[in-house]
Design a binder for this molecule. Structure first.
Ligand code: UTP
Length: 565
């Protein structure tokens, strides 16, 4: 093949030569004569160069990695053959006890050396939302989106530092999510964060493979089939961008990794951070107990209490910065890739559709040596994890099958549950409304408690600010502001109390009994459910929440305020 005839660009010529040597002649076969489809040819070559530059080891490195994994998959060999599973170092924080408080206090004192990494490049195909998942409200009392909630958590971390300074936020996006993520950040003026503290890293897709020989698949002439490489890309990008090393130099001691739709994660993070600091974990995986009331994976067996003997990772990680940077230098952050081809038949010779290499961020310890300390911190499942991953229909089917629905409704229900757990830990009396089914998905309608990050980031803070009182049934309590205190406040069933106060406003609510028409949870009618006039974020949960007559107090100026009968 005469490469010079395909392109005049020297870089492209060199890449074509490499690809030909790697058995990829089919990519350049049957090319039209010069002058015909030249734009498509140029775009094709540019896409090859882009992928070649973004994957450590380039396209030929990718092909050679793929061939090894494809050969292993074809023989059905287990990549973990010969390994013996061990129990990791474990700290159990499923109960709110002294140990929990101890680790939370340690973690909170470490906020000033922490950066947050949010992986948000996923398509969310299971949910089927037309926008980015970060823009979906985690609750529809106030319509706080996931991104707004995470930003509020960062601002609250900053407000709790001895010398407040910005918590770096690294967001991994992909071509599918980048533009909308930027639009959302800009439209909200970065949710009160500083533009400079936000770092976007963009992951590139990888080419799919057509067969066991590792031929790159073509969608049509001059166009590769491209697919996401998985959230494990975040390590590679933190390495190649130099950002991890830069943050280390700036004094960051730990990175916490979170995903796009887990509104619960910051409940557990302070304590998990404390565990990392005290236990010296290089890698701390926030985990939940698996198996009880869910389906047992083959080969796993429940213990006496019905839990798996191995904890389940929820993709919330705390990683120690200096060991991380060392590992990134050694490995460029390419973490254990795997392949999961769907074969056409038992001969394993052809695929149903092109496959690709994938990576998962939690597989980082695969790069660790014997000196690195890997551990897990176990939390109550719904306190630490309740993601919004599934559309209504699939979520209902998952519930029917006995599994967690992981839907918009359950994520919101659990968001309020976490608020109730905090109030209960502070000694408030809580009478919970009975669970109901909303479009066949379980939902606890109240009390709907929103203790904003500004109000409290730890249980200790909630205890300082809430003294006694009670709340029951479908009541709503929303507290947004650092200096709000409730003493013996009772919120009656169905009623609502909303207090928002700027930082300098010190608000004390005393001996108040709140009785009003509050907020009402309204189920969407079938017509509303099926109408494009109903916002998509409501249709994905099947209800809306309407303000009937909530008591709302807003304090926009510093000062001392007392609310009492
Ligand atoms: P999910 O398991 O939710 O996957 O990813 P997904 O791709 O977003 O959704 P489905 O499978 O298509 O329904 C967990 C986290 O990893 C991020 C997601 O954005 C989410 O925060 N992710 C996933 C990436 O950042 N990049 C990827 O290539 C895949």
């Amino acid at each position: 093949m005469n490469i010079e005839k395909l392109t005049e660009n020297k870089k492209e010529q060199a890449l074509i030569a490499e690809l030909l040597a790697a058995g990829q002649a089919h990519l350049f076969a049957d090319w039209d004569a010069p002058g015909i489809h030249d734009d498509a040819k140029t775009a094709f070559l540019q896409s090859l160069v882009l992928i070649n530059d973004s994957y450590p080891g380039g396209l030929t490195g990718y092909i050679s990695n793929a061939r090894k994994l494809l050969a292993a998959a074809q023989t059905g060999s287990n990549p973990f053959d010969g390994f013996v599973p061990h129990h990791p170092n474990t700290v159990d924080l499923t109960q709110f006890n002294e140990s929990y408080d101890h680790y939370e206090a340690l973690g909170a004192a470490h906020f000033e050396k922490t950066a947050v990494v949010l992986v948000a490049g996923g398509l969310g195909e299971r949910l089927g939302y037309s926008g980015i998942k970060l823009d979906i409200p985690v609750e529809v009392t106030e319509n706080t989106t996931y991104l707004a909630h995470y930003a509020a958590c960062l601002r609250a971390m900053e407000a709790r530092m001895a010398t407040p300074h910005p918590v770096p936020l690294i967001i991994m996006v992909s071509e599918d999510t980048r533009a909308k993520t930027i639009a959302s950040l800009e439209a909200s003026r970065f949710f009160g964060l500083k533009k400079e503290q936000i770092h976007l890293l963009k992951q590139e897709p990888v080419p799919a493979l057509a067969d066991n020989e590792g031929h790159l698949a073509l969608e049509k002439k001059y166009k590769l089939v491209l697919k996401p490489h998985g959230h494990g890309d975040v390590h590679m990008l933190l390495a190649s961008s130099g950002l991890a090393a830069k943050l280390e130099k700036q004094g960051i001691g730990h990175l916490v990794f979170i995903q796009d739709t887990n509104g619960q994660v910051f409940n557990a993070l302070p304590a998990a951070l404390g565990v990392s600091v005290e236990q010296g974990y290089d890698f701390n995986s926030i985990a939940v107990n698996l198996l009880r009331a869910t389906v047992s994976p083959a080969g796993d067996v429940p213990d006496a209490e019905g839990f798996s003997i191995f904890p389940g990772n929820i993709n919330a990680l705390v990683i120690k910065m200096n060991s991380y940077v060392r590992i990134l230098e050694r490995t460029q952050g390419i973490i254990a890739e795997f392949i999961n081809p769907k074969y056409a038949d038992a001969t394993r010779t052809s695929f149903k559709s092109p496959t690709r290499l994938e990576t998962m961020m939690q597989d980082l310890p695969g790069l660790f040596g014997p000196d690195e300390k890997v551990g897990v911190t176990i939390f109550d499942r719904r306190w630490s994890f309740s993601a919004n991953k599934n559309n209504l229909k699939d979520a209902a089917a998952k519930h029917a099958a006995g599994g967690p629905p992981e839907s918009g409704a359950t994520a919101e229900s659990d968001f309020y549950l976490a608020g109730r757990m905090k109030l209960a830990a502070a000694g408030m009396k809580i009478k919970t409304a009975g669970e109901t089914l909303l479009r066949n998905i379980p939902f606890t309608p109240g009390p709907r408690v929103l203790l904003c990050p500004s109000f409290a980031m730890t249980l200790a803070e909630v205890r300082q600010k809430i003294k006694g009182g009670s709340i029951s049934g479908e009541a709503t309590l929303l507290l947004d502001g650092k200096n709000i205190t409730l003493e013996k406040v009772a919120v009656a069933a169905g009623s609502a109390l909303v207090i928002k106060a700027v930082d300098g406003a010190v608000v004390t609510v005393k001996n108040l009994t709140v009785k009003n028409d509050g907020f009402e949870l309204v189920r969407l009618s079938d017509e509303e459910q099926n109408s494009s006039a109903t916002p998509e974020y409501l249709r994905l949960r099947g209800y809306r929440i309407e303000n009937r007559a909530a008591a709302v107090y807003e304090f926009t100026a510093p000062g001392e305020y007392i609310i009492q009968p």
